[in-house]
Design a protein around this ligand. Sequence first.
Ligand SMILES: NC(=O)c1ccc[n+]([C@@H]2O[C@H](COP(=O)([O-])OP(=O)(O)OC[C@H]3O[C@@H](n4cnc5c(N)ncnc54)[C@H](OP(=O)(O)O)[C@@H]3O)[C@@H](O)[C@H]2O)c1
Length: 270
Amino acid sequence: MSIKLGAIGGGVMGEALISRLIAQKVYPAQEVLVSEPQAQRRDFLQQQYQIQVSADNRDAAAASEVLLLAVKPQVLDAIVASLGSRTEVKSQPLVISVLAGVPLKKLEAAFPEQPIIRAMPNTPATVGAGMSAIASGRIVETHHISLAKSIFKAVGEVVEVPESLMDAVTGLSGSGPAYVAMAIEALADGGVAAGLPRAIAAKLALQTVLGTAQLLQESGLHPAQLKDRVTSPGGTTIAGVAALEKAGCRSALIEAVLAAYRRSQELGKH
Ligand SMILES: NC(=O)c1ccc[n+]([C@@H]2O[C@H](COP(=O)([O-])OP(=O)(O)OC[C@H]3O[C@@H](n4cnc5c(N)ncnc54)[C@H](OP(=O)(O)O)[C@@H]3O)[C@@H](O)[C@H]2O)c1
């Protein structure tokens, strides 16, 4: 059977995408090939998902529909070199890159004449709860965008943005899992400070964040409306909210997103 989806790099993000695309029947396993330098990793991926594997990146690049680039950004040049001259290659699959910080201009120079979509997924994609943003290159058509969306929907939610907003996406959803993890850790610490055993405090903190996000998503409530609903006059929650405001919680989060956004801009210049 012919290969429709080729992936270069079978690491964390490559596996997250491929495993869910197969589980959700977006691609049957026989139509997926991953090229990966480590023999042990190739064997694992082949046995775990019944996909095809190769040590030669040209096998993935020959896919008919999509070529997924899922390697560390610093090995892009080596990948391009490993593909050799592409002038005789018949297949021109849509190239989807998840390489953080690598601009479309660089990808387009590496894969001239091929439609290219740059994507920025985040770590929760590995459990199917990711938030990905995609930006289209010069010769991308509507059906390519639909295809890319169907791929990232397999690991969570997806939005389309102009490439100029990718640094802002990085600052919010790309780096965001670290901010939320810190908030969960700090909430648990607060619980311990107030006398809860660590394991119970950790569980309460995690489920409170998870449940609040789910409630906001399912109800469509604005976060401020939810906050207002749970703050009774002179009650416990408004006392906590006042403490958060005094400590500059909102401003700290805004500054965190802006700092990561600026850093992403800086890194993109190199
Ligand atoms: N993980 C995330 O949550 C996340 C989120 C957003 C964006 N991303 C982006 O996704 C990309 C991959 O990240 P990752 O976390 O999946 O990294 P990773 O786990 O290190 O995976 C990269 C894979 O590529 C393989 N590789 C290295 N050189 C290669 C070559 N020349 N040809 C083919 N394969 C090669 C690596 O094999 P070896 O182990 O043998 O080197 C490894 O299996 C990065 O560009 C990152 O910016 C990741």
